[in-house]
Ligand binder design. Structure first.
Ligand code: SAM
Length: 265
């Protein structure tokens, strides 16, 4: 399966979620993209307590709270990779204030439209949403104080390209803090090619050690894992995992929040 096929499947899935969120008044649990799962509800409940939280932007698509560990300061310019409907961007806006700037990037046009619609209602002139692919971002080098991301990099076929792009766009001395899905052990080849599991944030996840090696090899410093817990696997995806010939335990799929610094020189 080639990377373009994977990316198209990911875009289709998230376009459908964005369209459904548009046509329904309540949360994403009405849209079928989550499963009334207790863990998902618990994460969403934590989000509701964060300053800047916007219910319309929370499509329950995250796997952590990167802003908790991102060390963002007032006045920072922050980039959110795979910003969806803007959930984390609006939390960041509450931290950076009027003197900071927030840029969200996403490659699904429907998600960018949804985020822009949310931002229009809020009237923030220092929050922007851009259409673009994380593997090749239409963004300037050495620009951002902090790069965050929530449950997105597992969906990007070439992780090394994604982290190389993070390194390029960060200011020297800047840092990233991302929540993402990784595995303990490799995902079996057959599961890796399941497009539904890929778009569902499982099949594209890579082994945690390989993930760390990519980050360190690129030259990031002070690489730290802040939080690690079993990932939220929706029940319908759990069933595919357990029914497959090459079984994989949902417990070996982990959600981590990790940070690293671009060297100053
Ligand atoms: C699981 S959702 C997370 C959305 C958001 N971070 C949140 O927590 O609500 C993944 C998002 O990443 C976007 N995405 C996936 N691969 C991407 C890529 N290569 N470049 C840009 N965006 C991507 C999808 O379009 C989708 O909106």
């Amino acid at each position: 399966m080639d990377n373009e096929t994977i990316k198209r499947a990911v875009q289709e899935k998230y376009a459908t979620i964005a369209r459904k969120a548009k046509s329904e008044t309540s949360t994403c649990c009405n849209t079928g993209c989550c499963n009334e799962n207790e863990a998902e509800k618990a994460l969403s409940k934590l989000y509701t307590k964060l300053e800047g939280y916007v219910p319309e932007a929370d499509l329950m698509l995250g796997c952590g709270i990167p802003t908790q560990y991102a060390g963002i300061s007032e006045g920072n310019h922050v980039l959110d990779l795979g910003s969806g409907a803007g959930n984390d961007c609006f939390i960041v806006r509450a931290i950076v204030g009027i003197n900071g700037k927030v840029t969200g990037i996403d490659f699904t046009p429907e998600m960018v439209a949804k985020a822009k619609e949310n931002n229009l209602k809020l009237g923030y002139d220092n929050v922007e949403f851009i259409l673009g692919d994380i593997e090749n971002m239409p963004l300037p080098s050495n620009t951002y104080d902090v790069v965050i991301s929530n449950c997105v990099l597992n969906l990007v076929p070439e992780k090394k390209k994604a982290f190389a792009e993070i390194l390029r766009v960060l200011k020297p001395g800047g840092h990233f803090c991302v929540s993402d899905i990784v595995t303990n052990g490799d995902v079996p080849e057959k599961i890796r090619h399941d497009l539904e599991l890929y778009a569902g944030c499982i099949a594209g996840a890579i082994d945690q050690n390989d993930y760390l090696e990519i980050i360190k090899e690129l030259g990031f410093e002070k690489v730290t894992i802040h939080n690690q817990k079993p990932a939220i696997v929706p029940d319908e995806l759990k069933k595919i995992l357990l029914d497959s010939v090459e079984k994989i335990s949902p417990n070996s799929i982990v959600s981590i929040t990790i940070s690293g610094y671009k060297p100053k020189e």
